[in-house]
Design a protein around this ligand. Structure first.
Ligand code: IMP
Ligand code: ZN
Length: 372
């Protein structure tokens, strides 16, 4: 073992000077959007309907308008103006319930939008995606929640079977906080039924001002008991960060936590002690004013120095318009990360995927041959 003359650090994997100078050269190359697009990335927190771009919603609207000239739904380019990203907790959730769900309400629009979402993540350099969605019944088109999940899993399977695709995609089914226990149980049943078709876990999402998470304890316990992975939206707002709520959510033994904003030291310590991975979404949190301040104030700055795996995610790229490559770029510019550190950040997410060893091996191969 020798000591590098430049950094005075020990190096055991090669001759010290070579190793450190290579590292320093890679580090000194600037991080630009071209780099963050090329960087192989792992996306673990993306809501399917929230990931549909405005352009895609507009295409759906045009097609429906052609078939139904009296369609009483506003053009997405008017309803969700280009450049508008300042959706907060009050305006964000109604955007889905009062608008996007009314537009994406038949098999054709679900298929078209899901295909577009997969294409956009892949084009952005995502090599592994866990998409999440809330099973939705659409009575006017005779679509059951089972039909909805089957439709989405078929598309994901077809995507994965196409060997020209560089990204693999799996599905997480979400329970909405407004659900009843019976509805949550139905989501768990669907997750179990479609496990062999690519469903890898379950999530708790929805408006953090609504619902009592204790309602769902038996449903999530059942999911855990059958070996489904669990991720939950955790401490997204002060109202959804009471001690009682956070203790309840942790009692479900989640494998990952989303957002993790309003956590006291006591909960941080529990998360670290259990080594639970955190899914952090910079743009969403800043635009929705879930955090005070701006990017440089984001709790990514705190969690990245903790012992738990930190995964950068988009949440709702269709609404907040920042693809995963842009999130990595924001992390680099606001937290002074170099190319090597960004690659390490991206690669560490392998340890948090719900798909396990086959995909883990494929991803490790990708990173081992990818030069910064
Ligand atoms: P879907 O589940 O594919 O229909 O995606 C949209 C849904 O995801 C919304 O209706 C919300 O329930 C949920 N969602 C999206 N972003 C967030 C978030 O930041 N917090 C909680 N729920 C969210
Ligand atoms: Zn989310």
């Amino acid at each position: 073992m020798s000591v590098c003359t430049l950094t005075r650090t020990r190096c055991c994997c090669c001759t010290a000077l070579e190793c450190c100078s290579t590292t320093m050269a890679a580090a000194s190359l600037s991080v630009d959007l071209d780099f963050t697009r090329r960087l192989p990335k792992i996306e673990l927190h993306a809501h399917l309907t929230g990931s549909i771009s405005r352009a895609c919603l507009h295409d759906i609207w045009m097609s429906q308008k052609r078939q139904q000239p009296d369609l009483a739904i506003e053009d997405p380019l008017v309803a969700i103006p280009s450049g508008k990203v300042d959706y907060d907790v009050q305006t964000f959730f109604p955007l889905f319930s009062s608008y996007i769900y009314k537009l994406c309400n038949d098999v054709a629009s679900i298929e078209f939008s899901t295909t577009a979402v997969l294409h956009e993540f892949q084009s952005d350099g995502v090599v592994y995606l866990e998409l999440r969605t809330t099973p939705r019944a659409i009575a006017e088109h005779n679509i059951s929640k089972d039909d909805y999940v089957r439709t989405v899993t078929h598309l994901l399977t077809a995507h994965n079977e196409d060997t020209s695709n560089t990204m693999r995609v799996f599905l997480i089914l979400s329970v909405d906080r407004r659900n009843t226990l019976a509805e949550a149980d139905e989501v768990i049943d669907l997750a179990i039924k479609y496990r062999s078709s690519g469903v890898v876990g379950v999530d708790l999402c929805g408006n953090p001002a609504k619902g009592d998470v204790r309602t769902f304890t038996t449903a999530f316990s059942r999911a855990k008991a059958v070996g489904l992975n669990i991720t939950v939206h955790f401490a997204e707002t002060a109202a959804s960060a009471t001690d009682q709520e956070l203790h309840t959510l942790l009692s479900w033994q989640p494998d990952r936590l989303g957002h993790v904003i309003h956590v006291k030291d006591e909960f941080r310590a529990m998360i670290e002690a259990r080594n639970i991975a955190v899914e952090l979404c910079l743009s969403c949190n800043v635009h929705a004013k879930l955090i005070t301040g701006t990017y440089s104030d984001h709790h990514f700055g705190m969690w990245r120095h903790s012992s738990v795996p930190v995964v950068l995610c988009t949440d709702d790229v269709g609404v907040f318009c920042s693809p995963l490559s842009a999130e990595y770029h924001l992390a680099a510019t606001n937290f002074d990360l170099d190319r090597r550190q960004l690659k390490q950040l991206a690669e560490r997410a392998i340890s948090c995927i719900f798909m396990g060893s086959t995909e883990g091996g494929r991803l490790r191969n990708i990173y081992s041959t990818w030069e910064v």
